[in-house]
Design a protein. Structure first.
Lengths: 193, 267
């Protein structure tokens, strides 16, 4: 049956693409939840659902964006409630971007500081920053993944940048003086690297 | 959002888009003009600039933190336990069509002798039979480790059950669908030929998972019927336009017990 063939093509596209996305999905789960165990669960639930719904995937479109959307939906509709219910507190003090819950991760001190600062941002801002500056999505692509208007992505990025800007004096001195070089402002890649 | 075209004062979102190089040339020129005219705006731009970080480098460090081996092993375990879509399952089609044909003939013969074939159409019979075969083939792919591995919590389940209740127009709350001695692990809504199907998966203390599936198909009510095939049993009945099937790799007797409990509470 042609319908079966299409279904199998979609299933194969999803199944063969998932292994390459695991670490990125885990990172997305971690940035959303701030918990490593929850990131594991989110990846597992996302893979399961992606395979079940493989018939809804459009071959030729970005599987990463599609699975991000699934992961975000599982988080906001199902698992986030559990975190709130567990009552760990409203303040996300235990945000595990730069620690594994017990020990500090070995990493460059400046990178660690950036992750700590990102961990202090509200969830919607953290996610916008990850998708646009970490994943390199365009504003429009990020808006599609998050299912919000493009202007919302822009205002979330702006709010994140304003907050991070106000944290500036607490951060270690930048080792990259070129970061505010006006000549670099025309390209986002130059700017965000 | 305030775009640069409809206001003289760009908002923060537009300033960040300017910094990110994400504006088209016209919008960019407008902001450049506004910046030239307004010291306050230039100051705001500087504040937003100071919120930049080596984001890519920081986020890349998190990729190295991901438990890659564990995640790959998890995905490998998922293989062969997940079906793509019940209605297009390559497993179910040949068998279901054959089964449907056999049942059509049986119904036809029964109709000739019993005289009630007018109550339904061939198409409806095929569809009603196929949905059971479809869910049977689907739930056969679940085994104990698959279900044990699925994260579940009371809050998540309550939401899933509420979703299923809405989809079916039937109260499938936790109390209604409770099964003595088995814990509910999963509740989800699937679709069969455009109709919602609630699929509830229970895990008994030992043995394989048990599924309860419900479809609203307007079928006339009938009492509990049970069948056993090789290692799997089915118990099904219909009431008030809903058809129910309980499926499990266990004896008919055990399934009937579960089915009767649910049947009495549900309708």
């Amino acid at each position: 049956m042609a319908e079966d063939d299409h279904s199998m093509v979609r299933h194969d596209a999803v199944r063969s693409g998932l292994p390459h996305l695991l670490t990125r999905l885990w990172r997305y789960g971690l940035v959303l939840s701030g918990e490593r165990d929850m990131a594991d669960e989110l990846v597992q639930a996302t893979c399961l659902r992606a395979l079940e719904r493989a018939h809804q995937f459009t071959p030729g479109t970005d599987l990463g964006h599609w699975t991000f959307k699934i992961l975000g939906s599982i988080w906001s509709n199902e698992l986030r409630a559990r975190r709130v219910r567990v009552g760990e507190g409203i303040v996300e003090a235990e945000f595990e971007l730069a620690t594994d819950g017990e020990r500090e991760i070995e990493m460059n001190i400046f990178v660690r500081q950036v992750l700590i600062e990102i961990g202090r941002l509200p969830e919607v801002q953290r996610v916008a920053v990850l998708l646009v500056y970490g994943e390199g999505l365009s504003y429009r692509e990020a808006a599609d993944v998050l299912e919000v208007p493009i202007g919302t992505v822009m205002s979330r990025l702006a709010a994140a940048r304003a907050t991070l800007g106000s944290m500036k004096q607490d951060a270690p001195p930048s080792n990259d003086e070129d970061m505010i070089d006006q000549s670099k402002l025309s390209g986002r890649d130059d700017w965000s690297e | 959002m305030t775009g640069p075209n409809d206001s003289d004062i760009p908002d923060d979102g537009n300033l960040v888009a300017y910094l990110d190089g994400a504006l088209d040339p016209d919008a960019r020129a407008l902001i450049s003009d506004a910046l030239r005219r307004s010291p306050a705006l230039r100051q705001r731009l500087t504040q937003l600039e100071s919120g930049d970080r080596p984001f890519r480098q920081a986020f890349d460090a998190l990729l190295d933190e991901a438990p890659r081996d564990r995640l790959e092993a998890m995905l490998a375990r998922m293989d062969q336990r997940t079906e793509t879509h019940i209605a297009t399952s390559p497993l179910h089609r040949p068998f279901a069509r054959l089964a449907a044909a056999v049942i059509l003939i049986a119904v036809f013969v029964a109709g000739l002798s019993g005289g009630y074939i007018a109550a339904t159409t061939f198409g409806a019979v095929e569809s009603e039979t196929n949905w059971r075969e479809a869910v049977l083939n689907y739930v056969q792919l679940y085994d104990r480790p698959t279900i044990e591995a699925i994260p579940s919590s009371a809050a998540v389940q309550a939401q899933d059950l509420a979703k299923a209740s809405r989809a079916l127009g039937l109260d499938l709350s936790a109390e209604k669908v409770a099964a003595p001695g088995a814990s509910l692990k999963l509740a989800r809504v699937l679709h069969y030929e455009g109709r919602p199907v609630a699929q509830l998966i229970y895990l008994p203390p030992r043995g394989e998972p048990i599924a309860l599936c419900v479809i609203k198909n307007g079928k006339p009510g009938y009492d509990v019927e049970a069948e056993e095939r090789d290692a799997i049993s089915l118990v099904h009945w219909a009431s008030r336009g809903y058809e129910f099937v309980v499926i499990g790799k266990t004896t008919k007797r055990k399934l009937i017990d579960l089915a009767m409990g649910v049947k009495n509470r549900l309708l």
